[in-house]
Ligand binder design. Structure first.
Ligand code: SF4
Length: 364
């Protein structure tokens, strides 16, 4: 970590003056509890504040301490997380809580270096906890901070390249004041979120305009430099929504793939959008499904669902069964029949939750 300046730099002075007048009042800014701060940081990664806020409140109410979270069943944690996406974050969060309890007696370590030793806590989260909870002068680097630093200092390194982190971290650590590290970190992130925004930053009323390299050189729209991510691949999912009376068959996704630990229906994946009739029959034979043809229904149109590195095209094939699935199928494929109330309590991808809400009800 670079040494901090004894006098606040021009950047720290400007941001610390700007912050009290402009920042949003958010609940995690009123706590020094490392557990609550960590929770907010995990929830807010890749999530907008407005979307994350109710989840933060729900989690804190359900699990007021790290011990409560550690002791909860994983399926319950995933159910509370439902709708936030990136479910591996929830599973890692749960494991980290268990590690804090098992190895640290339920107390978060109080330094950046020690926090980094926790599973699932990277440099950003460690810096946030160390500065917000323990006043350690270590700068946070998130997308907002990268943008602000790139523009103000004219840094042209590709922010998508891991090798750029060192350069940006050194610049930020040079400017974080030892007297107010938490405020500086909050301020620079907030400044990026509401003043120095990706598109249309408010340069006209910016307190850093005269010292901002990008503004002075007419390069605001060119910075930061960020190479394009690889194009997302498309996957085609065909869900068989098998229902027998009031019961619907679902299974837990155990494989190392998207949505691990969540529940969905029997699935056939294809490389093309359509599921050919011969392949559909083959899948139904493998399931041993005896269909009630008097209740035949058409598959839905394709739902498009975008994840971080994948695009999904999903069709649901509602199928009424004349009799329950054979026991061997249930055992081999991990399927189980659930009532509507039981399905409601299962953690599910949002796409499945939406389908269930709109299409699967008790008929009585
Ligand atoms: S002048 Fe514009 S680009 Fe520069 S820091 Fe201010 S808002 Fe950002």
């Amino acid at each position: 970590m670079a040494k901090t300046l004894s006098h606040p730099s021009f950047l720290a002075s400007a941001l610390l003056a700007w912050y009290p007048r402009h920042h949003r009042d958010l609940p995690w800014r009123h706590t020094r509890d490392p557990y609550a701060i960590w929770l907010s940081e995990v929830i807010l990664q890749q999530t907008r504040v407005a979307q994350g806020l109710p989840y933060y409140e729900t989690f804190l109410a359900a699990y007021p301490t790290v011990q409560d979270l550690a002791a909860a069943p994983e399926a319950e944690v995933l159910r509370y997380w439902q709708g936030l996406g990136y479910y591996s974050r929830a599973r890692n969060m749960h494991r980290t809580a268990q590690q804090v309890v098992a190895e640290y007696g339920g107390k978060f370590p109080d330094s950046y270096a020690e926090l980094l030793k926790l599973r699932g806590i990277g440099p950003y989260t460690a810096a946030a906890i160390a500065s917000f909870a323990f006043d350690e002068a270590v700068a946070v680097l998130d997308g907002n901070v990268y943008r602000v630093l790139a523009r103000i200092f004219g840094l042209h390194s590709d922010i998508a390249a891991p090798s750029s982190r060192k350069e940006f971290q050194a610049v930020a650590d040079q400017h974080i004041p030892a007297t107010a590290p938490a405020d500086f970190n909050q301020a620079i992130m907030e400044f990026g979120a509401i003043q120095c925004t990706p598109a249309k930053p408010d340069c006209l009323f910016c307190p850093l305009q005269s010292t901002c390299w990008a503004f002075q050189h007419g390069q605001v729209s060119l910075l930061p430099v960020k190479s394009k991510a690889k194009a997302a691949r498309t996957r085609y999912f065909h869900y068989f929504v098998l229902r027998h009376g009031e019961q619907t068959y679902l299974r837990e996704r155990r494989e190392k793939d998207i949505w691990q630990g969540l529940y969905d229906f029997a699935l056939a994946e294809t490389t093309e959008p359509e599921l050919p009739a011969a392949e559909l029959s083959r899948h139904l034979d493998a399931l041993g499904a005896a269909l009630d043809t008097s209740q035949a229904a058409e598959p839905t149109a394709a739902y498009r669902h975008v994840l971080s590195h994948q695009k999904l095209e999903v069709r649901f094939h509602p199928m009424a069964l004349a009799e329950a699935l054979p026991e061997a199928t249930v055992r081999d494929l991990g399927l189980r029949a659930y009532s509507v109330t039981e399905i409601e309590a299962l953690p599910k991808p949002q796409l499945i939750a939406n389908y269930v809400e709109q299409n699967i009800r008790t008929t009585r």
